[in-house]
Structures are given as structure tokens and as C-alpha cells.
Design a protein around this ligand. Sequence first.
Ligand SMILES: [Ca+2]
Ligand SMILES: [Ca+2]
Length: 148
Amino acid sequence: MEMGTINCKARLYIFPVKAIVKVADEEFHRKGDVNWDGVIDEEDLNLLREAYGSRPGDPNWNPDADLDGDGYVDVRDIVTCAQNQGLVAPEYVTPFTIEVPEGRVVLISTYRGQQIREELTVTEANTKTVVFIYSLLGYLTRSKVIES
Ligand SMILES: [Ca+2]
Ligand SMILES: [Ca+2]
């Protein structure tokens, strides 16, 4: 197996070189990625239809379907999602670091056909660098948020 190493805060991590990570952040989510899987497609439109017309407290309310965050799932949210059908979040091949903004970030990693999903929330306003660390087997064992 092709391997790489990264020296991170004086600790040596070993990871497979060919893992691919898609990063769905708040900005991408707002374009129509209701289920945070890094792709804007029919699934997201279906989730929007299910939540259509809802407000917080309604049985079909889904905060992730309220793309513009105005507290109401309406035609504007659906139009946003419909206009961005087919968009895919940026993909990165390990090793890498990215700058992420404040907010929720979902990492969808694909390695040898298996998908690993991990969520993290960047709570401070400063931009952070996230380092993705892999085990020998290709599992995303840890993502680390480091001060930039
Ligand atoms: Ca999606
Ligand atoms: Ca809305």
C-alpha cells in the first residue's frame, strides 16, 4: 500500500496517500446540500419537498432544509437547491490541509470504496486549519482543528 507520513505537533501519523475527502461546509450546504453529503442532487430536493411549508415546531420541520435560514422552508429554498443541482463539494486527496470558516463542517471520505463520514463544528470566528489523519487501514481516525 502506498503510504505517506505527516509530522503534526511532534507526533508522527501514517496515512494512505490516495484517500479522497469531500468537504461540505456551511457555504456549500446553503447552496442546496440539505443532507450534507457533499453533493446537491434529487435526494436534497426530496428532503425539501418533505419539509415544504414548515416552520420550527412543525412535525415536518427540518432545519437543514431551511437553506437561507429565515425560519421557513419555502419556494426560495427549493429554487436555490434546484438551481444548483449537480454541484459537488471540493475534493482533496490526502495529505492536505484546508482553511475552514466558522460553522458546521462535514467530511466525507472515500477510501477503497468505503465511505467514512465525520462532522465537526468550528465554533470560533477565526479561520482554522483542519488536518485529516488516517490510520493504516484508511479509516478517518481523527480530524484536528489547529489554530491558523
Ligand atoms: Ca446532498
Ligand atoms: Ca427558508
